[in-house]
Design a protein around this ligand. Structure first.
Ligand code: NDP
Ligand code: 8X3
Length: 261
């Protein structure tokens, strides 16, 4: 029997934009209860009206890089929000496209603190409760970048390779419990990702998605929905999805010769 999300409680990090927001909407349509976290709580609250069908919504201003804040926020959840069934570790970012020997330390730290340490902090705060209750599903958002490194992207790619290892290790560590662990690894998805990478340079960001049809955040949300609604004995370990015009981290087919990367 496939799993029903109605009244299930899902905690989604990075829900103020892109894949996280699309996932919140997809889960809402299935009647889920949503804990939505991001640094921009105003954005989360502004999106409430788009979460059609959600059984209930709780928003949290949370910076996943702040381990004390993560622990506090999870411990302080109101009683009726404490039993988290599904954790979507989606919060993440890239900064810059630079050669390793020319990269900026601040960019490296931000990517590693968010994509690796932030994922660990949230997992550490949420998963013990799942183990205690004997129920839970952790979905981590990886990337094609974690499977093949591209030039000028070594540190971002390394954070997604770390996500892959951590997901694998978590699955091993939870063996013998009913918990499930999945990594969803998208290729190019049009979100605010590139605008964040290029620190607000919209023109440079737009070039990434030129002459190619990228994935949409809804495409990724659909894959997440598939993974979490399989029967309880089925673990979807990994989903790798790319636009048809992308073979891997390095190979894209653009309708013009302009290569953005
Ligand atoms: P967006 O920039 O649209 O969304 C990123 C989200 O992460 C935002 O909601 C942002 O919220 C949140 N976030 C960033 N830093 C923090 C933080 N320190 N604490 C809490 N929340 C944070 O990008 P995407 O939707 O594309 O990215 C989502 C995930 O998907 C990331 O892990 C990314 O690496 C991954 N991914 C993206 C791909 C793409 O091509 N777009 C492809 C493969 C994977 P706020 O700023 O409000 O805190
Ligand atoms: C995001 C996709 O190719 O920009 O993980 O790294 S890519």
């Amino acid at each position: 029997m496939s799993q029903d999300l109605a009244q299930k409680t899902a905690f989604i990090t990075g829900a103020s934009s892109g894949i996280g927001l699309a996932t919140a909407r997809a889960f809402a349509a299935q009647g889920a209860r949503l804990i939505l976290a991001a640094r921009r709580q105003d954005r989360l609250d502004a999106e409430r009206s788009t979460l059609t069908g959600a059984a209930d919504v709780h928003t949290l201003a949370l910076d996943v890089t702040d381990h004390a804040a993560v622990e506090r926020a999870v411990a302080a959840l109101p009683q009726e929000w404490q039993a988290i069934d599904i954790l979507i570790n989606n919060a993440g970012l890239s900064r810059g496209l630079d050669k390793v020997y020319e990269g900026k330390r601040q960019d490296w730290e931000e990517m590693i603190d968010t994509n690796v340490k932030g994922l660990l902090y949230v997992t550490r705060a949420v998963v013990p409760g799942m183990v205690k209750r004997g129920q839970g599903h952790v979905v981590n958002i990886g990337s094609t970048a974690g499977r093949m490194t591209y030039p000028n992207g070594a540190v971002y790619c390394a954070t997604k390779a770390a996500e892959r290892s951590i997901t694998e290790g978590l699955r091993e560590d939870l063996l013998g419990t009913p918990l499930r662990v999945t990594t969803i690894d998208p290729g190019m998805v049009e979100t605010e990702f590139s605008e964040v990478r290029f620190r607000g340079d919209k023109q440079r960001a737009a070039k990434i998605y030129e002459n190619i049809t990228p994935l949409t955040p809804d495409d990724v949300a659909d894959a997440i929905l598939y993974a979490v609604t399989r029967p309880a004995h089925v673990n979807i370990s990994e989903v790798l999805l790319t636009p048809v015009a992308q073979a891997n981290s390095l190979l894209f087919h653009r309708t013009s010769k302009d290569q953005a990367k």
